[in-house]
Design a protein around this ligand. Structure first.
Ligand SMILES: [Zn+2]
Length: 331
């Protein structure tokens, strides 16, 4: 039999001397580390920074939305990477509908007309995946359709003969819904015209919370960011069709019409809670920088609701027993 090994006995005094000493007189940093700081060599962080950016992009592609946002706050380097990831995902989808050479003019018009991209495109940009939106949704201000029609004709999209029916929930939020079909690919771009000057009005009247997010020329806005992060869609007043629910499930999203099965407080996601956008409370916002990354991170340019006095809610009943606004708590 071999000799039994026993752990090396270290004298107590010596062990204490090797422990890291934390001086309680040194104040903790009150602000996050600066954007550019030296990473000491021979550390895991140094090895991570020396990986090629392609590997990093694969790493980011596998991250959840909340992880990406957290990473973007750690340093200017990661913020740039996350912005690039969102830009790559958005460009992939846009090139499905608009040719690469026309992308710049598309985003220029998006900026000039204060319009926004909505629908499933935003969910695809924020959560990734291998699916492609079936059509491209645009929200435009009241009276903004002629300018877009003129542009879409130049890129060979023409008004469809059969126009879509307006959802019941959108009747009070939109003036018109116009479908344009590509003469080359047959893809469809849908324009929803707001009843007022804000593109947020038609966005929050969508049939579920996933579709309530928008992308402007510089900013991504998620009205229910925690639900988006959990890949969860909650029904609004105008329930989605069965076919729409199946599509959501195929794309990896959970779908719910009630808060009965929720096991935590609803907080900002409570369907009975009246929501507003003026102070950005509960609203997720990320400045993606625009197609050429020339918009500032902290600017107000391209934010579509700074002057919107609009409130909405998803339902008049909450059945989550953990929620203070739930009707089940009073039974
Ligand atoms: Zn609730």
């Amino acid at each position: 039999m071999g000799k039994r090994l026993s752990p090396t006995r270290v004298p107590k005094r010596r062990l204490a001397a090797t422990r890291p000493v934390i001086s309680r007189t040194v104040p903790l940093p009150s602000s996050p580390p600066s954007a550019v700081y030296a990473v000491p060599k021979q550390t895991a962080a140094y090895a991570f920074f020396s990986l090629s950016e392609v590997v990093l992009y694969h790493f980011l592609e596998a991250c959840s939305l909340s992880t990406l946002i957290a990473l973007s706050h750690t340093s200017a380097y990661f913020r740039t990477l996350v912005k690039s990831l969102f830009r790559i995902r958005l460009t992939q989808i846009m090139e499905h509908f608009i040719t690469h050479t026309n992308l710049a003019s598309f985003f220029t018009l998006l900026h000039e007309t204060d319009s926004a991209i909505g629908g499933s495109t935003v969910a695809r940009v924020l959560t990734g995946g291998n699916w492609m939106p079936s059509n491209l949704n645009l929200y435009v201000r009241n009276g903004g359709v002629p300018k877009w029609e003129e542009y879409l004709n130049t890129v060979l999209y023409f008004r469809c003969e059969k126009q879509p029916e307006v959802d019941r929930g959108c009747l009070y939020a939109t003036s018109s819904h116009t479908a344009f079909e590509s003469a080359i690919t047959g893809h469809v771009i849908m324009i929803s015209e707001s009843v007022d000057e804000s593109i947020i009005t038609p966005a929050v009247s969508s049939s579920n919370t996933l579709a309530m997010s928008v992308i402007t020329s510089s900013t991504i806005v998620a009205m229910y960011p925690t639900l988006m992060n959990k890949r969860q869609a909650f029904d609004s007043w105008d329930r989605p069709t069965v076919a729409h629910c199946i599509t959501l499930q195929k794309r990896g999203f959970k779908h719910s019409a009630s808060t009965t099965s929720w096991t935590r407080r609803c907080e900002w996601n409570c369907p009975v809670l009246w929501r507003r956008v003026q102070n950005l409370r509960g609203v997720g916002m990320f400045c993606w920088g625009g197609l050429n990354n020339n918009f500032p991170d902290n600017g107000r340019e391209g934010i579509p609701f700074s002057d919107v006095s609009l409130k909405w809610r998803l339902s008049d009943v909450c059945l989550n027993e953990y929620c203070p606004w739930s009707s089940r708590r009073w039974v």
